[in-house]
Design a protein around this ligand. Structure first.
Ligand code: ADP
Ligand code: ZN
Length: 430
C-alpha cells in the first residue's frame, strides 16, 4: 500500500532532478539567511551558484554535531523566529542537547513522511497505534503521533513507562500496533510473561515499529517470536525531524530513506571520502525540504550502508541497512574495535538468553558482559550452567575476537530502561 504512490515510486531520473532543484534552493537560502553557513561558504570560496550538480555537494563542508551545539539556540534558522511553531531537542545520549525548530510547513512535511512510513507497512484506518515513546522534548512520540493521525489511524498517546497501564490500554482498546524502543519492548515482554498474559491470545497486536536505538536482526526475530507480530525498523534523528527519515516496508529488507526530502551520502568516517553502494560507512544527510532549519551534509555518526538494487515493493527510494551503531559507540579493547551491537547480536541468537544485558569496560584490555538468562537454566544443573557460559564466551570471542568475562544473571536484576537503554558502562572514564 502507498500513501503517495507517485512520489514513492518516482522515476529515479526525475527524482534526481527534483533533488537538484531542492538542493540549489536550500543552498541559496542558507547562504542568504544563516550567517554560520555564509561564513562556511566564504571560507571555502564557494558560491551558491557553484552548486550545479548533485555531486557538487561535496564542495560544501560537513556540518557536525558541534556546529549545531555552538549555534544553540537560534543560530541556524533560515526563517524569522515568528515563523516557528515547534521546538524539539535531542535526548542527549551524546553530549549537550541540541535544539531543532519546525515551521508549519516542516510539521506538515514530517507528518507526510510518517504517513508514508506507516502505510507502507500495511497500516490503515481502523488500526490502533499505542505510542510508547516519551512525549515531550524528544521527537520520537510527537512526530509519530501527528503522522499516524494524518494516515487516519487512532493514536493512543500512552508515552513510555507505566507498563501495567500500557498493558491495560492494549487490552481495553485492542491496540494493533505499537511504537517503542527495542529495550522497552523486551521489558514489556517480560512483564507480560510474569502476568501470564499471552501476547498472541490476549492481545490484538499485529505490528511494532521499533527504533530510536540500535538493535540486531536477532533481536527483531526474538521480538517477532515472542509477540507473533511483524517488527519494522524505524530510523530517525532529532536533527532531521526525528522519526520518519527511513523506515522498512512490508518486505522488511532494509529501510527506505525518503530521498525527495534527504540527500544521502555514505562516507568513510576517517577520510570523509564518498563510499560506493553496499559499503558500510557514516551516513551524511542534507535536508531538501526543511524550511526553518535546513542542514547541509550533517554527519550523523551512524554507521550503515546503501543496499544496492531495487526493492520488491516498487518504491524507488533507496534503502539503508540496519544501523550497526554510532561511530562514537564504538569502543576499543586490546586494540580491537567493537560495537555493542556485535555483542547483542551474539547474545540474542542464543536460546536461553533472556532480555537484558550490559557491557562493562573494566580496563583497556578487559570487558565483562552481564547477561540475564532464563530462570530454567539459571536455577538448573550447575554443569549445564557452566557449559552454557563457556559456549556463550566462545561465541562472543569468535565475533569480537577477544575473550570477554561472561557473568550469567537471573532475569530481572539488570536496570530497565523505558527510553533509550544505556548498555555500555565504561569504568575507564568514570
Ligand atoms: P540522541 O542523539 O540524544 O540519542 P536522538 O533522539 O536524535 O538523540 O537519537 C537519534 C539517534 O538514535 C540516531 O542518530 C541513531 O544513532 C539512533 N537511532 C535511531 N533510530 C535507530 C534505529 N532504528 N537503529 C539504530 N539506531 C537508531
Ligand atoms: Zn520496499
Amino acid at each position: 500500500m502507498f500513501w503517495q504512490r507517485e512520489v514513492e515510486s518516482i522515476d529515479r531520473g526525475l527524482l534526481e532532478k527534483i533533488q537538484l532543484e531542492r538542493l540549489k534552493e536550500t543552498v541559496h537560502r542558507v547562504y542568504a539567511h544563516i550567517p554560520f553557513y555564509r561564513r562556511r561558504f566564504e571560507e571555502g570560496n564557494i558560491a551558491p551558484e557553484g552548486i550545479r550538480t548533485l555531486g557538487d555537494i561535496r564542495k560544501i563542508p560537513f556540518t557536525c554535531n558541534e556546529d549545531i551545539q555552538v549555534n544553540f539556540p537560534y543560530g541556524l534558522l533560515a526563517v524569522p523566529k515568528d515563523d516557528l511553531v515547534r521546538l524539539h531537542t535531542s535526548s542527549g545520549t551524546t553530549g549537550r542537547p541540541k535544539a531543532v525548530f519546525f515551521s508549519k510547513r516542516d510539521i506538515d512535511q514530517s507528518t507526510e513522511l510518517i504517513a508514508r512510513c506507516l502505510v507502507m507497512t500495511g497500516m490503515k484506518r481502523g488500526d490502533v497505534l499505542q505510542n510508547m515513546m516519551t512525549y515531550g522534548l524528544f521527537t520520537g512520540a510527537l512526530v509519530m503521533h501527528y503522522g499516524a493521525e494524518k494516515a487516519g489511524i487512532l493514536v493512543i498517546p500512552s508515552g513510555s513507562g507505566n507498563t501495567n497501564r500500557q498493558i491495560m490500554l492494549m487490552q481495553n482498546f485492542k491496540t494493533t500496533a505499537i511504537h517503542i524502543t527495542p529495550s522497552y519492548i523486551l521489558y514489556l515482554a517480560e512483564v507480560l510473561e510474569k502476568k501470564g498474559i499471552d501476547p498472541q491470545r490476549d492481545l490484538s497486536l499485529k505490528r511494532a515499529f521499533v527504533g530510536a536505538e540500535p538493535y540486531s536482526e536477532e533481536t527483531r526475530k526474538k521480538i517477532e517470536d515472542i509477540f507473533k507480530i511483524d517488527v519494522y525498523n524505524s530510523y530517525g534523528l532529532t536533527e532531521m525531524n526525528g522519526p520518519g527519515v527511513a523506515f522498512e516496508c512490508e518486505w522488511k529488507q532494509g529501510m527506505h530513506i525518503w530521498e525527495d526530502n534527504f540527500l544521502i551520502e555514505i562516507i568513510d568516517p576517517s577520510t570523509g571520502d564518498l563510499l560506493p553502494e553496499g559499503q558500510y560507512g557514516e551516513l551524511v544527510l542534507t535536508t531538501l525540504c526543511r524550511e526553518a532549519m535546513p542542514i547541509l551534509r550533517y554527519r550523523t555518526r551512524d554507521i550503515t550502508s546503501i543496499i544496492p538494487g531495487p526493492c520488491s515493493c516498487g518504491r524507488t527510494h533507496r534503502r539503508i541497512s540496519r544501523i550497526v551503531g554510532r561511530s562514537d559507540d564504538m569502543f576499543i579493547i586490546r586494540g580491537v574495535n567493537i560495537f555493542p551491537q556485535q555483542i547483542e547480536r551474539v547474545l540474542m541468537g542464543i536460546e536461553g538468553v533472556a532480555r537484558n544485558y550490559q557491557i562493562i569496560l573494566e580496563s583497556l584490555d578487559e570487558m565483562r558482559v552481564q547477561v540475564e538468562i532464563d530462570r530454567g537454566i539459571f536455577d538448573g544443573n550447575v554443569d549445564r550452567l557452566l557449559r552454557f557460559q563457556k559456549d556463550m564466551t566462545n561465541k562472543l570471542r569468535s565475533e569480537i575476537l577477544i575473550l570477554p568475562k561472561v557473568e550469567l544473571l537471573e532475569p530481572g536484576v539488570l536496570p530497565v530502561f523505558e527510553g533509550k537503554a544505556k548498555r555500555v558502562i565504561d569504568k575507564r572514564t568514570l
